[in-house]
Design a protein around this ligand. Structure first.
Ligand code: NAP
Length: 319
């Protein structure tokens, strides 16, 4: 496993990190989920991403249990807040930042998180209030570094220009062969401000592994077939997307890579990406994905992918 620095922070994160969204908030049975975390450490993954909203605390509780035997400084732990935990608990107000962070720390059974992320931008709370409160929790030692997810270039710029507050070091956008949007504005403004990218759904929720095929039945053991986990995959479940993904197969074979490894090596080709946050429903997937670290795709492969993407159908933005 290779490691990269996360933005201007002194956090060193594995190029492949482990996410816990649909998988470890109840989608994957507990024993298998624990085996995936175990395997992640075995292959050198040191970076784990969660959020208070994943399973309304269930994913954090799971991590609190499975991580409790490991030295706290042997992994980098990231969580998030914003989405409603109750009818009255949501957003990025000062009160919510203190309350949600304390609840997350309790569930995670730890005194601090390495990275605390604003899961979305809060239009209802002044940015000054959010950044002042986030700075308080950093100074209290409960959070080491700050990040955001899916903020616009304007919002990122406004935060970067604010003085007297802690700076963001991390951005978490969706980024994959199927979703290159953040390359346009988010990557450049972040790079100019010492903010690294940790990218979500780098495998397009599994679509880029080639398991879904045009005109064929969805495999029974896949996310798309699982009613607990297929809540957000629909926008990618289209025959024209599957046909394009199929054209990546010979490119992966020529590089001696699995389809998953090709997709992950592709996001990691960009040095502005500090880590690709994968999901895994079984330990074998962790092993397959981790082997993408350190792979350097040939100029020919990168060019061929660019050519293929000219035919990528329009895909709707994620929620
Ligand atoms: N900030 C945000 O708003 C946001 C949004 C979404 C996600 N995230 C973060 O990003 C993480 C990853 O998201 P994601 O789970 O959608 O990522 P993903 O890596 O694109 O998809 C993961 C799924 O693909 C399949 N898969 C993974 N490796 C495979 C392999 N080698 N071969 C075959 N299938 C494989 C598995 O599903 P099956 O085996 O079940 O088919 C797995 O659960 C989340 O856990 C979360 O931490 C953040």
């Amino acid at each position: 496993m290779k490691y990269r620095q996360l933005g201007d922070s002194d956090l060193t994160v594995s190029e492949i990190s482990l996410g816990t969204w649909l998988t470890y908030s109840g989608g994957v049975e507990r024993e298998k989920a624990a085996a995936c975390v175990e395997k992640a450490f075995e292959v050198g993954i040191n970076f784990i991403d969660t959020a208070n909203i994943y399973g309304k605390g269930a994913s954090e509780t799971f991590l609190g249990e499975v991580l409790s035997d490991r030295p706290r400084d042997s992994y980098v732990l990231a969580t998030k807040l914003f989405f409603p935990m109750t009818e009255t608990d949501s957003g990025l107000s000062r009160a919510q930042i203190h309350k949600q962070l304390n609840d997350s720390l309790k569930r995670l059974k730890t005194d601090y998180v390495d990275l605390y992320q604003c899961h979305r931008y809060d239009e209802e709370t002044p940015l000054e209030e959010t950044l002042a409160a986030l700075s308080e929790v950093v100074r209290e030692g409960k959070v080491r570094y700050l990040g955001f997810s899916e903020w616009s270039a304007e919002q990122i710029k406004a935060a970067a220009e604010m003085t007297g507050v802690e700076k963001f070091v991390s951005s978490q956008p969706q980024y994959s062969i199927l979703w290159r949007e953040p390359e346009k504005e988010v990557f450049p403004i972040c790079a100019a401000n010492g903010i690294g990218q940790i990218v979500w759904s780098p495998l397009g929720q599994g679509v880029l592994t080639g398991k879904y095929k045009a005109g064929q039945q969805i495999p029974n053991d896949s996310r798309a077939a699982n009613d607990k986990m297929n809540v957000a995959i629909n926008r990618l479940m289209r025959d024209e997307i599957f046909e394009l993904v199929e054209k990546l197969r010979p490119l992966a074979a020529a590089e001696n890579l699995s389809m998953a490894q090709l997709a992950l090596a592709w996001v990691l080709r960009d040095e502005r990406v500090s880590s690709a946050i994968i999901g895994a429903s079984r330990p074998e997937q962790v092993v397959d994905n981790a082997a993408a670290s350190g792979v350097k795709l040939s100029a020919h492969t990168l060019q061929a992918i660019d050519e293929l993407l000219k035919d990528l159908p329009e895909i709707e933005a994620p929620a």
